[in-house]
Design a binder for this molecule. Structure first.
Ligand code: FEO
Ligand code: CA
Ligand code: CA
Ligand code: CA
Length: 566
């Protein structure tokens, strides 16, 4: 029938089954290869990776870092460049000789600090696939120690000043970079997420300021930096954590450029930064704060972008909004201004969570990546899950009632919300919304936990996280969830990547990941014949096999017939 013809699948692949093993699976007619793994050389003067030691400490800032995450592809002249961040470290794997994997010296701390941040690397496709161009003049590592500047309303504010930076304008390093983004002018945005985990106190009795509680900064720490590097000791440097939690702009075309922390985009546990343009050319940046009960944001520049024109101030001068969803399928963006919050502009940029609470924004089920459809005026956000509704992760947070785009009491599967800006304009303050998918398990549940009608036993998944649109307007969905394949998760297997069609609602599984890993980070080669996909924190020894350390990696997925994939 014509109805069937209209909804004919746009997917050029036979979906893959679930997996529970420790390699990657892609559909028939496709292949995958390793592009870069933690420890691979960006520069020939780095030491070869050693599985016994987790790699040479002195080489840690000249190799591909740990825990690959948000990724964007750039062309710089004739060169092809992947810019990708390294979210966090797994000390037990990175320091395998240390008891319990915790750093035991400043040298250990420096190694961990240098394994995180960002990699800029030239890549090239040869007979054996895509590889790093070692010693390319564009190759660069940005770490927890790289100098960067603050810009925007909070730059120079007293709350950003430290003994080492009395002006409050210079930062060292970028932390826990999760998702990413790409500006219309070809720079990379990297987003600081769980930055709180790097700061601790050598004084167990240190009294936490109120703002630390809302952001989860405590005397305890995950990496013990503070024991060896005083900068991370909150009892000695109380403002240091207030200098993290931002979106950082990096120019991959200029390895000498200084990264810039854009305070106008707010301080939250940033997931990604998805850019769009308003009808009049103003720059929109959509951003999620990935914590239970936090919010969804949008920045709108005051100036407009013109191709080839000045970009000065576009990410410094504008208005930050936070989303309020109504149960009737409408919603609005609430401006965070001095008038609406009673806070000064720098305070709004530094204590963004508290500003959003003051205007009555909607608490969300952990907003992860946002993706803007290139062929329709609509945006999507993965709400990954909320297993503990009502239990506030941090003091000072708001109530998290069921409602709107967060309809489940106990939400272990997650959902994807989408919104349609009024007047087909991303700058509009009104929108309509619906749910593209409620993830679920129709093999285990018959009620709402079975998921929406576009979920079935053949495509089910939990915890959507990374998302990106390809040029055809298909939504690629990556998961970071429970991979036990048991109980409520029986039949869902390892984490995976699926493709969704926003027009028909169809969803099909394209890739399965090694056990223990999440799939995160996605971009395409300039010719759209390769999809680059991130495999983060495998637990089995992927990709090198038994007896080797697991290594987070970027893989290249191509069609055997070399046809377009994106
Ligand atoms: Fe780093 Fe919210 O994922
Ligand atoms: Ca994520
Ligand atoms: Ca996640
Ligand atoms: Ca992750």
């Amino acid at each position: 029938t014509s109805a069937e013809a209209m909804t004919a699948s746009r997917f050029a692949f036979k979906p893959v089954d679930i997996a529970t093993d420790s390699i990657v699976h892609v559909p028939e007619g496709y292949t995958w290869d390793i592009v870069a793994s933690w420890g691979d050389k960006l520069f020939s003067n780095a030491a070869d990776f050693d599985h016994a030691t987790g790699g040479d400490a002195a080489s840690a800032d000249r190799i591909f870092g740990e825990n690959t995450d948000g990724m964007e592809f750039f062309t710089v002249g004739e060169r092809q460049v992947i810019t990708v961040n390294h979210e966090y470290v797994n000390p037990k794997i990175n320091l395998p000789k240390n008891d319990g994997g915790m750093p035991a010296s400043l040298e250990d701390v420096r190694k961990l600090q240098n394994l995180q941040g960002v990699t800029v690397m030239e890549v090239a496709e040869g007979d054996d696939g895509w590889k790093i161009v070692v010693d390319s003049p564009l190759n660069r590592r940005i770490t927890h120690l790289t100098p960067m500047t603050f810009s925007g309303p909070a730059a120079g504010h007293d709350l950003l000043k430290t003994d080492a930076d009395p002006e409050g304008t210079q930062s060292l390093g970028t932390f826990n970079n999760c998702g990413a983004g790409k500006t219309p002018w070809g720079t990379y945005l990297t987003c600081e997420e769980n930055f709180n985990s790097y700061f601790g106190s050598t004084d167990a009795g240190f009294e936490l300021p109120e703002d630390f509680k809302r952001y989860g900064i405590s005397v305890e720490t995950r990496y013990a930096y503070e024991k060896f590097d005083e900068r991370f000791d909150i009892s000695k440097n109380v403002n240091e954590p207030r200098r993290a939690g931002y979106v950082v702009e990096i120019n991959p075309a200029d390895p000498e450029s200084t990264p810039v922390k854009r305070t106008a985009l707010g301080r939250i546990k940033h997931e990604n930064a998805e850019c769009a343009l308003a009808r009049d050319g103003r720059v929109i940046v959509y951003m999620g704060d990935d914590e239970r009960g936090e919010f969804l944001y949008k920045f709108v520049s005051n100036g407009t972008y013109q191709a080839g024109g000045s970009t000065d101030g576009l990410l410094d001068d504008g208005i930050l909004y936070v989303a309020k969803f109504h149960d009737d399928g409408t919603g609005e963006w609430l401006a965070l201004t001095e008038g609406t919050t009673g806070m000064s502009l720098p305070e709004i940029c530094i204590f963004t969570r508290m500003a959003a609470s003051r205007v009555g924004a909607t608490t969300m089920d952990r907003p992860e990546w946002i993706a803007v459809n290139p062929v329709a005026v609509e945006a999507y956000c993965a709400l990954t899950n909320n297993k503990n509704r009502g239990v506030k992760p941090n003091a000072g947070g708001d109530e998290t009632p069921v409602g709107g785009p967060n309809p489940r009491e106990k939400n272990e599967y997650g959902q994807i919300v989408r919104w349609y800006p009024e007047n087909d304009d991303h700058a509009d303050t009104k929108f309509k919304w619906d749910l593209f998918v409620m993830a679920g398990n129709p093999a285990v549940h018959k009620d709402a936990y079975a998921g929406s009608p576009n979920v079935n036993a053949g495509n089910m998944f939990n915890s959507p996280d990374g998302m990106a649109f390809d040029t055809r307007g298909l939504l690629w969905i990556q998961t970071d969830g429970e991979d036990s394949n048991e109980g409520d998760f029986a039949g869902q297997g390892n984490n995976q990547m699926l493709i969704g069609d926003p027009v028909t609602g169809e969803i099909a599984r394209f890739l399965t990941a090694p056990i223990g890993s999440e799939v995160t980070g996605l971009c395409w080669s300039a010719d759209l014949r390769t999809a680059f996909v991130g495999i983060q924190h495998p637990s089995a020894p992927f990709p090198d096999g038994e007896g080797k350390l697991p290594r987070s990696s970027i893989i290249a997925v191509r069609r055997d017939d070399k046809a377009l994939i994106g």
